[in-house]
Design a protein around this ligand. Structure first.
Ligand code: NG6
Ligand code: CA
Length: 518
C-alpha cells in the first residue's frame, strides 16, 4: 500500500472510531437499540467486597472486573433485601418484598409466591417480542402448596413469564436436590419417585445427624437432614436417585444450559436470567477450582463463578452478540462466612473482606446486607464509569420496560434506564431496604434504622444484625462504615427521616417481631 493511501486509511479509521465513541457517549434511552438481548447475572451471597473491581485484593475476579470496568460500576447499588427470596421477588415483580408477607426465605417445598396474574419482568419483555429464559437458582416457590415432584410442577417460572426454565427449586442446601426443566424433574426414574418433607424424615433414610460416616462435609443441626452426594441438607427427601445433582458439576451444568440458550435464541431478542448458585453454601467447587483462591471453598467458588461469567462472555463474543447485549451483574444479598457448614470460610479468610468497608453482612439491616456489586455493561453503548447514583434491583423492571418501549407499570420500581446506561447520576431519592422482615430507610446519604428487638450480633454467623433498642441514624457520606450513630446529636434529621420513612412504609414496621434467623 502506498504511504499516502495508508495515511488516508489511518485518518479514516481514527475519524470513524471517534464518531462511534461520540455515539456511544451520547446514547440516551431514546437513541439506543430498543431490543438488545438482556442478561441478568445474579450471584448468590456475593459481597460488596468479593470482587476485585470493588476492592478485593486477596484474589482476583477478572471477568466480573471486565464488566465492572467496562460498564457502569455502581457503588450505591442495592438488593432489596439481605436474603434471597425477597430480593428475587422484587427483581421479578418490581414490588418491595415487605409488601408481601410470603416473601421470606422459602423452604424447598414452599408454594410459588408470585401471583400468576401479576406483571413480571419476563412477562413485560415477552410482550415486546422477547424470548425469556431462567437458568439456575429459583427460590420463589413452586406449585400451590402440595407439589407432586413426579408430575408437572406448576405454577413456577414458566407460569410467571419464562418460556424456558432450568432451575434448582430453592437453594443448594435444601431438598429436593434435583434440576427441574420446564416444570419436570430431569432424569427422574418413574420407578423411584421423589417425596419431600420439611417436617419429618422418611423411614430408613439416612440423615447427616444419624449417619456422619456418609458425609464429606459437616453441617450444623439445621443442615443435617437428608444426604445427597455426601452433603447433608435442610429438609428430607426420598427417591429420585437418578435425578440428584452432583454439586461439583452444578456450575458447569448451569453454564452449559445458559450458553445453549444464548446460541438457540441468537436470532431473536432474548432475556436470560442466569442465577448462579455461588458462593452460597454448600460451597462445592469443581476440582478444577479447588485451591485456586487460597481461601478454601468460599473463595474457590467465587473464582469458579467468575470463570463461568468469562465463558458466558466468550459465547456472546463468538456468536457476535456482545455489542447487542445489555448485561447486568449483581448479587441477591450480602456475604456470610459460616452459614451452616464447616468449610473453613472463617479460618481461611486471611485479609479478605467480603463486605469491603461496609458494616454487617447477609441477614443484616446494616449496609453490607443489601449493598452489593451492581454493574451494567453494554459494549459500545455504555461508556465505562463509576456511578454513585442510588439504584436498586427493584428498578430493573420499570427501567427495562422503558428500554423496550413497554408501558411502565405502577410499582415500587423506578425508571432509571438513563442511570443504568450511564447517562445521568440521578438515581433514586430514597430506598427502603429489608432484612429478615425488618426494614430501614435510606434517603440521600442518610440511613435510618428503627429500633428492633433481638440480638445485635448473630453469634454463630458473627454478623451484626442492625438490631438496637435505639434509633440509628448514619451519614454514609462521612461514615460508610456506620460507626457513629447520629440519632441523638441530630434530632432534626432523625425526625425528618422518620417522617419520610413512615410516609412510605406506614407505621406497622414497629410491630415487626424479633427477627428469625433461620
Ligand atoms: C437459612 C439457612 C442458610 C441459608 C439461608 C438462605 C439455616 C440455619 N440457615 O435459613 O443456610 O440457606 O436460609 O439463604 O437453616 S438465601 O441466600 O437463599 O437467602
Ligand atoms: Ca442469597
Amino acid at each position: 500500500m502506498k504511504k499516502s493511501m495508508y495515511l488516508v486509511l489511518v485518518i479514516f479509521t481514527v475519524f470513524t472510531s471517534c464518531k462511534n465513541k461520540e455515539k456511544a457517549n451520547n446514547a440516551t434511552t431514546q437513541e439506543v437499540n430498543k431490543q438488545p438481548n438482556i442478561i441478568f447475572i445474579y450471584a448468590d451471597d456475593l459481597g460488596y467486597g468479593d470482587v476485585s473491581a470493588y476492592g478485593a485484593t486477596e484474589f482476583s475476579t477478572p471477568n466480573m472486573d471486565k464488566l465492572a470496568n467496562g460498564g457502569v460500576k455502581f457503588t450505591n447499588g442495592y438488593a432489596t433485601s439481605a436474603t434471597c427470596s425477597p430480593s428475587r421477588y422484587a427483581l421479578l415483580t418490581g414490588m418491595y418484598p415487605w409488601r408481601n408477607k410470603k416473601a421470606k426465605i422459602l423452604e424447598g417445598s414452599a408454594p410459588l409466591i408470585i401471583d400468576t396474574e401479576q406483571k413480571t419482568l419476563p412477562k413485560i419483555l415477552k410482550s415486546q417480542g422477547y424470548k425469556t429464559g431462567i437458568v439456575g437458582k429459583w427460590h420463589l416457590g413452586l406449585g400451590d402448596g402440595d407439589v407432586n415432584w413426579n408430575g408437572h410442577i406448576s405454577p413456577g417460572p414458566n407460569e410467571v413469564g419464562f418460556d424456558y426454565s432450568y432451575i434448582m427449586a430453592a437453594t443448594q442446601d435444601r431438598v429436593p436436590t434435583v434440576y427441574i426443566k420446564n416444570g419436570f424433574v430431569e432424569n427422574l426414574d418413574p420407578n423411584d419417585p421423589i417425596e419431600v418433607s420439611y417436617s419429618k424424615n422418611f423411614e430408613g433414610e439416612p440423615t447427616g445427624t444419624k449417619n456422619p460416616e456418609l458425609l464429606k462435609m459437616i453441617g450444623d443441626p439445621q443442615h443435617s437432614n437428608s444426604i445427597n452426594n455426601g452433603v447433608p441438607r435442610i429438609g428430607y427427601m426420598k427417591g429420585g436417585t437418578s435425578a440428584k445433582w452432583i454439586d461439583e458439576d452444578m456450575a458447569d451444568t448451569f453454564l452449559v444450559k445458559a450458553q445453549n440458550y444464548i446460541k438457540e435464541q441468537k436470532n431473536n431478542p432474548f432475556f436470560l436470567y442466569y442465577a448462579l448458585q455461588q458462593p452460597h453454601v454448600p460451597r462445592t467447587p469443581h476440582s478444577r477450582f479447588v485451591g485456586t483462591s487460597g481461601m478454601g471453598p468460599r473463595g474457590d467458588v467465587i473464582i469458579e463463578a467468575d470463570w463461568c461469567i468469562g465463558e458466558l462472555l466468550k459465547t456472546l463474543e463468538t456468536e457476535g452478540l456482545l455489542e447487542n447485549t445489555l448485561i447486568v451483574l449483581s448479587s441477591d444479598n450480602g456475604p456470610v462466612l459460616d452459614d451452616g457448614y464447616a468449610d473453613n470460610a472463617v479460618e481461611k479468610l486471611g485479609k479478605h473482606k467480603p463486605w469491603g468497608e461496609l458494616r454487617g453482612g447477609k441477614y443484616s439491616l446494616l449496609e453490607a446486607g443489601t449493598r452489593v456489586p451492581f454493574v451494567t455493561y453494554w459494549k459500545g453503548t455504555i461508556e465505562p464509569q463509576v456511578s454513585n447514583a442510588l439504584v436498586s434491583q427493584v428498578d430493573l423492571l420499570a427501567s427495562l420496560s422503558e428500554l423496550v418501549d413497554a408501558d411502565v407499570p405502577n410499582t415500587d420500581s423506578q425508571n432509571l434506564m438513563d442511570v443504568f446506561l450511564g447517562k445521568t447520576n440521578n438515581g433514586r431519592e430514597n430506598l427502603i431496604i429489608e432484612a429478615t422482615s425488618r426494614t430501614a430507610f435510606r434517603q440521600g446519604n442518610w440511613v435510618l434504622i428503627p429500633p428492633y428487638k433481638g440480638p445485635a450480633v448473630n453469634k454463630i454467623k458473627k454478623i451484626e444484625t442492625g438490631n438496637s433498642k435505639e434509633f440509628q441514624l448514619y451519614n454514609l457520606k462521612e461514615d460508610i462504615g456506620q460507626e457513629t450513630n447520629l440519632a441523638k446529636t441530630n434530632p432534626t434529621k432523625l425526625q425528618e427521616m422518620i417522617n419520610k420513612f413512615e410516609a412510605i412504609r406506614g407505621t406497622s414496621y414497629n410491630d415487626t417481631q424479633e427477627p428469625v434467623f433461620k
